[in-house]
Design a protein. Sequence first.
Length: 125
Amino acid sequence: MKPIYVLLLALVPGSLAAASDNRPVPRPAAQVIGAAQRCIQLSQIRETKIRDDWTIDFVTGGGQAWRNALTHRCAGLRADNAITYETSLSQLCNTDIVYVLRTAPNLQRGAACSLGEFVPVKLAK
C-alpha cells in the first residue's frame, strides 16, 4: 500500500502544475473542428491574430483559423502584437520558432517563442 501512496504523490504535482500554469483563456473562444496538424502552408496564411502571450490564430485562405497554443508563455507577444519568423521551408511547423517583433522605438526582434501544433478551429463571434 505504501508504494501506491508514494506513486500518487509523484503524479499530483505535475497535474497541479498543468492546471495552474496561469494561462488565460484565449479570446475569442474557439470550437475545435478537426485534428491538430504539425504544419500549415505559408502560402495559405492570410492573417495572424495574436490573442495573448500564449496563443496565435493563423487565418488561411477561405477564412479557416488554425489556433496555435505556444509551448511556453512568450513575454511581450500580446503587447507588441506582431511576430516574425524565418524558415527555408514552404511550411510553418510546430518545430519552428517565431519572434516577437518590437516596433518601438526601432524595429527589432524580441522574445523567441516555440510553436505548438496547429488546431483547426471555428472562432466564436
